[in-house]
Design a protein around this ligand. Structure first.
Ligand code: DGJ
Length: 693
């Protein structure tokens, strides 16, 4: 019997292998004592057998093998070069271990294969990073390779995975466990609005703030496959990998993307905080980590393709006065890009719109003390473009494919294509002082192909190596390319094309299970939302944007004096607080009122917090239910202040203490009873600051 364990102060992971077989994860949960005998644990873990079963339960190993009569989905499916199915059977070969990591290698001599599983535990974020690798003596076809397989607990009743749509990202689906498979497979070649690659398995009774939860996220932008399977014997396995059959050619080496897994004993927030910290502190590489996140202005919803220098300068003046610190010139500056039917891939400044190039605009923006960012959609080509006329074969997919937004994807696996795009972008980034790229990707691929994603990653990596000061925002018609793979190369995500604050409130709440505020772009949109038609008050729009990395994306010429003053004030508040809010933990609150979507952003040192309580709709009951806070020190006193109490409607006639001014309350009271907020209209937000005394 071989055993291994990884520990931090939140969890223990134990693996055990019988004889030389692949190991099973026999325990993953709350920390075990250091003197636990792992061999005994492995014996105790063994299941009984009865009639109608094999004489032994096949291992639920880190890569279940079909050849060992495993009754569920195998962890690896391969064919030889000539197409003959292979049935790998691995035996222990070697290992490299440290206190926080394991690399276990297994060999299949008959098939000329080796399998390596790497598992590393970060003791600060509590995130496990798991990858699998296959090396083959001769090229083989890969159908499916799972990252090391983890078990799911049998006391879990439900799991949550994530779907969505354009303008409706991060929708959570709760599914009950039952015999068989919950299967998600994204074959679009892009992370997708529909398929954020994640799963959370809920322990019995888990909520945002309490109970056990196990989180999984696959860090890859090319489409994933997830299998959450309950075997006939009741055991459950979780597999994540690239979507099946994404490698078109036989190869000798295959590797999964990292699977990020986390165990929490304090509800979904334990999962959320781990992922938020992992992204912010480990995955994203910041050109200047010490610089505050600048307030954005993005001109898309102000001018669309209608770029006029004077108008843009006027807009920039107004945005700067509101507090913006970065101006992003969106789609429309290149080629003949007067609409979305043409010019993608012709990355040269349009001389009709900018006869003197972009310098006059950038100089003006710099004179306002704003940085300058620019939009590209590097992987795409319109059939109506100079590049397509010269190189029609550079587009991926067949000639008669269905277009998406009148465009095709470039074949990013080709060196010449990547070089061409690199050179065009390099020319723009060299000529102009640009410190930010909004990198868009507005269509799915004609067919899934992992080399396309590898090509995109290579292009971004090359640009980042040559322009290390340039930050990148990952956008794909909003949030269709958000995952920890793209976030290794980018610093911000455009969560959604919906600037509708009401829709954003829910989306941001859900996305916080995985994403920190520092990287989640959120813009104050137009008074009448362009994607929903909803008319929302500036206070609500401003506070929802202030929950994340704040920006504006409306025509500031539409703003009334009241709107200007509210927006200036909320932006100033955000700037004043961003030094601690951009590193804060976002904690989702268990609101007793389903009409209220609330979160608490807690400073890392526990000295302060801010609660955002958004009223999404009208409540069933007549007065607000107390809102319970979380993760406070029970014995400490906190000064809590409803900072926007002057926004109370005249229909709020009573005298809850928060309406009058600051109140001092204990952590225990705030967590056990909660905050009593004033009555409010739907589509409004209360903002409460807390300071530990
Ligand atoms: C889709 C993006 O999500 C928008 O924000 C905008 O950049 C447009 N593309 C531009 O074409």
């Amino acid at each position: 019997m071989q055993t291994w364990r990884l520990d931090d102060d939140r969890q223990t992971l134990v693996l055990a292998a019988r004889r030389a077989r692949l190991p099973e994860v026999i325990y993953w949960g709350a920390p075990l004592p250091s003197n636990e005998t792992l061999e005994t644990l492995a014996e105790a873990h063994r299941l009984d057998v009865t009639g109608g079963m094999l004489d032994e339960n096949p291992d639920l190993s880190i890569c279940p093998e079909a050849v060992r009569t495993f009754p569920g989905q195998p962890g690896l499916i391969l064919r030889s070069h000539d197409g003959t199915p292979l049935l790998p059977k691995f035996c222990y070969a070697s290992e490299e271990t440290t206190e926080q990591s394991l690399a276990l290698t297994y060999a299949d001599a008959d098939n000329g294969l080796t399998y390596t599983a790497k598992i590393a535990l970060d003791p600060e974020t509590h995130v496990l990073t798991l990858t699998s690798e296959i090396n083959a003596a001769t090229p083989v076809h890969l159908h499916w390779l799972s990252a090391p397989v983890l078990p799911a607990p049998q006391n879990s009743a439900e799991m949550i995975d994530v779907s969505g749509r354009w303008c409706g990202e991060f929708q959570l689906n709760k599914t009950a466990w039952s015999p068989g498979i919950r299967y998600r497979e994204n074959r679009t070649g892009r992370t997708g609005h529909e398929h954020f690659p994640a799963l959370i398995v809920l322990g019995a009774g888990a909520t945002n703030t309490q109970g056990e939860a196990w989180g999984f996220h696959y860090g890859w932008s090319g489409g994933h496959r997830m299998v959450a399977e309950e075997l006939p014997d009741g055991r459950r396995q979780i597999q994540f990998g690239h979507a099946a059959r994404m490698e078109p050619a036989p190869q000798t080496h295959f590797k999964t993307a990292p699977l990020y897994a986390v165990y929490s004993s304090d509800g979904l927030n334990g999962v959320a905080v781990s992922y938020q910290r992992q992204v912010r502190d480990r995955i994203v590489t910041w050109p200047h980590a010490d610089r505050p996140r600048p307030v954005h202005y993005n001109c898309w919803e102000a001018v669309y393709f209608d770029h006029k220098l004077d108008v843009l300068k006027d807009i920039a003046d107004r945005a700067a006065k509101l507090g913006a610190e970065r101006f992003v010139l969106d789609d429309g500056w290149f080629g003949n890009r007067d609409d979305d039917t043409q010019s993608l891939s012709d990355w040269e400044v349009d001389p009709r719109k900018y006869p003197e190039g972009l310098h006059p605009l950038i100089d003006h923006i710099h004179s306002l003390d704003m940085a300058f960012g620019i939009w590209f959609e590097p992987e795409m080509i319109n059939p109506n473009s100079n590049l397509f006329r010269a190189h029609p074969d550079w587009a991926a997919g067949s000639e008669d494919q269905i277009l998406g937004r009148q465009q095709m994807a470039l074949d990013m696996s080709r060196d010449d294509v990547r070089d061409f795009i690199y050179n065009r972008m390099n020319a723009i980034l060299t000529e102009y002082p640009i410190d930010y790229i909004k990198w868009d990707h507005n269509r799915v691929l004609p067919m899934p192909d992992a080399s396309q994603t590898r090509g995109s990653y290579a292009l971004i990596d090359r640009l980042r190596a040559d322009f290390p000061d340039v930050e990148i925002e990952s956008c794909a018609s909003g949030g269709a390319r958000i995952d920890f793979g793209i976030l290794q190369r980018t610093q911000r995500v455009w969560l959604s094309d919906s600037n509708d604050a009401l829709e954003r409130l829910q989306m941001q709440h859900n996305a916080a299970l995985f994403l920190p505020a520092a990287i989640t772009g959120s813009h104050v949109g137009p008074r009448i939302c362009h994607t929903s038609g909803r008319h929302l008050d500036i206070r609500f729009r401003a506070w929802v944007a202030a929950q994340r990395h704040m920006g504006f994306e409306m025509d500031p010429r539409e703003l009334t004096a009241d709107e200007v003053s509210v927006l200036t004030e909320v932006t100033a508040w955000w700037k004043h607080n961003r030094h601690w809010m951009t590193t804060a933990d976002i904690l989702r609150l268990d609101s007793s009122d389903p009409a209220v979507i609330a979160e608490q952003q807690a400073a890392r040192d526990g000295t302060r917090f801010v609660v955002f309580a958004g009223k999404a709709t009208t409540s069933t009951q007549i007065v607000p239910r107390p809102l319970r806070l979380t993760r406070l020190d029970r014995d400490a006193l906190y000064k809590v202040t409803l900072i926007n109490r002057t926004s109370a409607s005249t229909l709020s006639r009573g005298t809850p203490a928060l309406k009058e001014g600051a109140v001092t309350l204990s952590g225990q009271y705030l967590m056990s009873h909660g905050l009593t907020l004033p009555w409010s209209f739907p589509e409004t937000m209360w903002v409460v600051e807390g300071e530990r005394l």
